[in-house]
Write a protein that binds this ligand. Structure first.
Ligand code: FES
Ligand SMILES: [Fe+2]
Ligand SMILES: [Fe+2]
Length: 423
């Protein structure tokens, strides 16, 4: 067999090797500790510069996609450095991406050569999002119209919009439970067509901050448990709004065959809204038992992004909010539960168990209506899901998955494994 000269082989190797190192500029350019970089394949990375050393990892948190580039760098008990996610404070080791939560983030090799910084990835990197990327999102053209109360209490969208426009979370939860009772008793007859606001209302004295500016205690302390419960209560407040938003925003949705959504669709999401209101109340009660209350700590509003992105696309909404984000909630449940159990906080652990059992049914509801619409429109549900997720959700789905929990919701691996980054 013909062999190639050794120099040619090593020259080719070098070319291949060099092509997987992306130069991102002069070392001096990276003064701040975290710099976000956009990858050509739709992913994004964070380049970390601390104590004169560089590290890189995916910037979408493997938990629920929090912006790691806005996180803080902290020293772990073992002396290693970690980046802490601003959303729920899971930390990711800068060296290998591992986390005590059991999650794993993708890290990249970084080298500095002749004053320039190089990151090892086959995809080109940029400081700005790539134009024409297949992941580029379409803009939300919805007008800044707020809810118009043109209907009375006998329409479901009137209730949905009233609740979305209610800033006080306690009141929001109370109205939700009231609406659920009326709906179940057949006292709300019409679906209605009241337009929902672009964004739900929040209390004026609630401190809204950029993720990354939130103070917290060290792991295992009472203050860190309060911070975690507080961030979960914030998620539940958004979850109440997301349930009412899907009802109001898609009230007039028509299938291609001209049929409207059946009443059962609305019944399912009224039930989801009722559950989320219950979750908020349970967490708020735990916060007060522990000497705090919702609103004591700053929150961020990053969670409404998926709703805005899918405001015009019901299948996209079901896929992202219920089958990606809510399913992710099932994945992280075991580790979150462990955090409270390890501290002997059984009361909080019981609350998390109640939430978990309900959340399985929420993923199931998303799946049920996603497959219903696909079947009616003669679309293959799996390939539609695999097409929609990359459109609205940046990056890949990240293991570990709670296979059992997802299975209980009816979600088998064929739904999510094809969306994991190929190794
Ligand atoms: S999104 Fe990062 S810890 Fe939850
Ligand atoms: Fe919930
Ligand atoms: Fe939920």
């Amino acid at each position: 067999m013909e062999t190639f000269p050794e120099e040619l082989v090593s020259a080719l190797k070098e070319v291949v090797d060099n092509s997987s190192w992306q130069c991102v500029g002069d070392k001096e350019r990276f003064k701040s500790p975290c710099t976000k970089l956009y990858s050509e394949d739709g992913e994004h990375l964070v380049l970390i510069h601390t104590d004169g050393k560089f590290y890189a990892m995916d910037s979408a948190c493997p938990h629920e996609g929090g912006p790691l580039e806005q996180g803080d760098i902290e020293e772990l008990c073992n002396g290693r450095l970690a980046l802490t996610c601003p959303w729920h404070y899971f930390e990711f080791c800068l060296d290998d991406g591992s986390s005590s939560s059991g999650l794993q983030n993708q890290v990249y090799d970084v080298k500095v050569c002749e004053g320039k910084v190089y990151i090892k990835t086959p995809n080109a990197l940029s400081f700005a999002p790539w134009k024409n990327s297949k992941f580029e999102r379409s803009g939300n053209t919805e007008s800044e119209e707020s809810a118009k109360g043109v209907e009375d209490e006998s329409s479901l969208t009137y209730w949905a919009c009233r609740i979305l426009c209610t800033a006080d979370p306690e009141e929001k939860a109370k109205l939700t439970q009231q609406a659920q009772v009326l709906w179940n008793a057949g006292k709300i007859v019409e679906i209605g067509q009241t337009q929902p606001p672009t964004q739900p209302k929040r209390k004026e004295n609630l401190t809204i901050v950029q993720p990354g500016r939130i103070k917290r205690g060290k792991g295992g302390t009472l203050s860190s448990r309060i911070a975690l419960l507080h961030s979960l209560a914030n998620i539940e407040q958004w979850a109440i709004d997301l349930s009412w938003d899907i009802i109001a925003r898609f009230a007039l949705f028509q299938l291609q065959c001209g049929e409207k959504l059946p009443r059962e669709f609305f019944t399912d999401f009224v039930k989801v809204a009722g559950d989320e209101a219950k979750h908020y109340c349970l967490l708020q009660k735990r916060l007060t038992d522990l000497g705090s209350t919702f609103g004591d700590l700053p929150v961020h509003n990053g969670l409404w992004q998926s709703a805005s992105d899918t405001a015009h696309d019901l299948l996209g909404r079901l896929a992202i909010v219920h089958m990606v984000h809510e399913a992710r909630g099932l994945d992280v449940h075991p580790q979150t539960l462990q955090r409270f159990s390890a501290q002997g906080d059984e009361a909080s652990a019981r609350v998390l168990e109640v939430i978990y059992t309900d959340e399985i049914t929420h993923v199931a509801a998303g799946l049920k209506w996603f497959t219903y619409i696909c079947a009616k429109e003669q679309q293959d549900c799996l390939s539609t899901f695999h097409k929609l997720v990359p459109l609205y959700f940046k990056g890949y789905l990240k293991p570990p998955f709670n296979t059992e929990g997802r299975k209980s919701a009816g979600m088998s691996e064929e739904w999510y494994l094809p969306l994991v980054k190929p190794s």
